[in-house]
Design a protein around this ligand. Sequence first.
Ligand SMILES: C[S@@+](CC[C@H](N)C(=O)[O-])C[C@H]1O[C@@H](n2cnc3c(N)ncnc32)[C@H](O)[C@@H]1O
Length: 213
Amino acid sequence: MTGWLRKLLGGSSKRDVPLGEIRRSFDEAAGDEEHFPSTIDPRIYHVQLLLDTFGDLNHRRVLDVGSGKGRFDRIFLERYPQANIVAFDLSEAMLRFVPKAIHTCSGTMTHLPFATAAFDCVYATESLEHAVHIDVAVAEMCRVLKPGGRLVIIDKNAEHWGKLKTPEWERWFQREELEKLLRRDCRDATSRFISYWEDVEPDGMFLAWLAQK
Ligand SMILES: C[S@@+](CC[C@H](N)C(=O)[O-])C[C@H]1O[C@@H](n2cnc3c(N)ncnc32)[C@H](O)[C@@H]1O
């Protein structure tokens, strides 16, 4: 369908970027340690929020959706050595950086290769923004979560769109937009602004969505 016709029909005029193209782009970026680091300072609030929300992870199943190099997972495993953590990502090149003690699995978050209710905790940090079919990805994250399990999405605020250079498929989110998608399957869904440091007032760029199934 041509762009002008799609516009007339009310759809998006954006090109529907094939998944293979997105995967290739992240495979190529895997060597860029500056922009895609394999570690994160454990004091950063994003880490603290996940730890506080999930609690004791020993003997629990945790899914990191769009894990990249598993920088959050490393910290979780250090803190909770009996946790069963799966780093899931589209890019196998990214997954090669994940420590051996963490399980890895490649594929797309719009079709998670896991059983329904397989995980106690599910989270996605700055990865949902790349999923293109956002509603499907959120439904998949909720599907693989156990009843009572907790889900956290950390991503960027649509109100700040344009402040960073982004690939053409990337999307940022309104608070209510993701809350609404989460409420289809979860009984609680809230969101809040966060910053890297707990004592620094959030500038509105990052949001955390928290839900319980
Ligand atoms: C900006 S990185 C964030 C990585 C990691 N969550 C972190 O915070 O370090 C985005 C990641 O999402 C992955 N990704 C993009 N689209 C995906 C999809 N459809 N399914 C699974 N992972 C995807 C990319 O390969 C990339 O590793």
